[in-house]
Design a protein around this ligand. Structure first.
Ligand code: GLN
Length: 477
């Protein structure tokens, strides 16, 4: 193992005891990027001049390319923003910088965060470090692949329907989607504003708690950020899980869930039971409607948010247009990719007069039913469990021609966004040599509890210690 394969808390200990310098760690990450980036393709833009001041010594973080960075282009994986350089930093970026966390690069993603495989990036696909023929998941696939491959010590992604948790699951790392309102969205390029949240992607649970502590908290610049006090996640994570009431979500283990995934989850249940948790099956009866509701609500919000890309104030503008309407049309036709256009059309349709009640309004009612499923479950249980995704990482190209099969990879994550609650994906084993993610779901603002359950599981297992062979010393790399 190289320094870049350790966790952040491990290297902080080594730096503190004087065994290594922060500079050595940063150089180790840069050397790894040099070695594997041409195969993994995690980054759209590199920003390797790392500032070494502050509590975290410039330890390199990979930032999803839909989070605005002053003076550094923020493409959102889209042609339409290919040359867009934000004049300001997102609030999370300001917070990272204040703690001395260095941004090593902006990571690849599905265009406007619409996708589950990174194959919808306008630039190139990212590969899964565990198997280069497979996808890293999406839409934060570049961030998850970078952390798994040692190309960053940690990362931030965004999660609208699973985009932090699903790639974390596919790449064998930890991905946390905080409660809606826990982390500021100021400077996150909007996809579906009532669902989007920024979340940490790390190599273990303690690092996740550390990074969440850095980014969580109220922000007057985001009216949806919640004025709720931030607990000490790092301290709380170490408490045990004796007597914790855990519900295993029946619907997430149903049809469509691979046997290899199911057996890892059931083994995880045994581990938690041995640790003193009480695990029972629970039903979330409206789960079957979550995907349909999401694919009306998210595109509806997207169609409205993406109306701003019209070639006038910023971003790409088509050449050779005759008149304003022609300019709008050409700009959007040339600037957006297939999936983004599909969502804009779906969303515009769902919101249009005559269809609003039948689609958008009904989807919002279903959203309420889904939220109530969770409320009911949480009246009996402290946390809920299930797989993060029904399968392990699929092969590149396997689902690109069938949007529905792509959408299905988020069946277990989307309900959580609709309900606005937090969930974390942690490594819980392998199926056919590929990582499986365990999803732990909590009540609003109970990040401390889900992280505690995750930490207890992690502390009594070794899954999170595996690193892909691609990066192994003396291996292919
Ligand atoms: N894969 C889902 C979608 O395509 C979720 C994406 C996300 O969370 N940003 O919409």
């Amino acid at each position: 193992m190289s320094l870049c394969d350790l966790t952040v808390h491990e290297v902080l200990d080594l730096i503190k005891s004087g065994e290594v310098s922060a500079k050595e760690v940063r150089e180790s990450v840069l050397a790894r990027i040099e070695k594997v980036e041409s195969r993994v393709c995690s980054y759209i833009t590199m920003t390797p001049e790392l500032d070494s001041d502050g509590a975290f010594h410039g330890l390199p973080l990979a930032l999803k390319d839909n989070i605005c960075t002053r003076g550094v282009r923020t493409t959102c994986g889209s042609r339409i923003l290919e040359h867009f350089v934000p004049p300001y930093d997102a609030t999370v970026v300001t917070r990272l910088k204040a703690q001395g966390i260095g941004i090593v690069g902006k990571t690849n993603m599905d265009e406007f965060a619409m996708g589950s495989s990174c194959e919808n990036s306008a630039f190139f696909p990212t590969r899964n470090p565990w198997d280069l023929d497979r996808v890293p998941g999406g839409s934060s696939g570049g961030s998850a692949a970078a952390v798994a491959a040692g190309e960053a010590m940690w990362a931030l992604g965004s999660d609208t329907g699973g985009s932090v948790r699903q790639p974390a699951s596919f790449c064998g790392v930890v991905g946390l989607k905080p409660t809606y309102g826990r982390v500021s969205r100021y400077g996150l390029v909007a996809f579906a504003s009532s669902l989007d949240q920024i979340g940490p992607i790390t190599r273990d649970v303690l690092d996740s708690a550390i990074l969440l502590s850095v980014i969580a908290g109220h922000d007057p610049l985001d009216s949806t950020s919640a004025p709720v006090p931030v607990p000490d996640y790092v301290q709380d994570v170490r408490r045990d899980v004796k007597g914790l009431k855990v519900g295993l979500v029946r619907e997430y283990l149903g049809q469509g869930t691979e046997d290899g995934v199911r057996s890892c989850i059931l083994k995880a249940v045994e581990v938690l039971t041995d640790l003193g948790a009480h695990v029972e099956e629970v039903s979330l009866p409206h789960t079957a409607y979550a995907l349909d509701a999401y694919y009306l609500i998210a595109p509806a919000e997207a169609s409205s948010n993406l109306a701003r890309y019209d070639g006038v104030k910023y971003g790409y503008r088509a050449e050779g247009a005759v008149g304003l309407l022609d300019m709008y049309q050409r700009t959007r036709r040339e600037g957006f990719g297939e999936e983004v256009k599909r969502r804009i059309m779906l969303g515009t349709y769902a919101l249009s007069s005559g269809y609003y009640d039948a689609y958008y309004l009904r989807a919002q009612k279903v959203r309420t039913l889904i939220r109530m499923d969770f409320q009911k479950a949480f009246s009996e249980y402290d946390v809920l469990l299930g797989p993060t995704a029904p399968t392990v990482a699929f092969r590149a190209g396997e689902r690109t021609s069938d949007p529905l099969s792509m959408y299905l990879s988020d069946v277990c994550t989307i309900p959580i966004n609709l309900a606005g609650i937090p969930a974390v994906s942690i490594p819980c084993g392998f199926s056919g040599g590929l990582p499986v993610g365990l999803q732990i779901i909590g009540k609003p603002f109970s990040e401390a509890i889900i992280l505690r359950a995750a930490y207890a599981f992690e502390s009594s297992t070794d899954h999170h210690k595996n690193r892909p062979a691609l990066t192994g010393e003396g291996g292919e790399a």
